[in-house]
Design a binder for this molecule. Sequence first.
Ligand SMILES: [Zn+2]
Ligand SMILES: [Zn+2]
Length: 72
Amino acid sequence: MECPECKGKLDGGGNSYACKSCGVEWQVDFSCEICHGKPEMESHCGAVTFFCQSCRKLKSRESMDKTFTRKA
Ligand SMILES: [Zn+2]
Ligand SMILES: [Zn+2]
């Protein structure tokens, strides 16, 4: 994912990401780009996956709609 501030590379997992270039920390809220529902976040052995219950599909972070909120 890209940093909305500087287009740098974001690093992190779940809903929490930090930009390596500008150092800004973001909370990212994901929603399904098909049904606009909120996908369920599941954690498997440290890897986080997103599953949309309505579409019954695993979602990729790149394809979903994202809302970035800068952390205080
Ligand atoms: Zn940045
Ligand atoms: Zn969906």
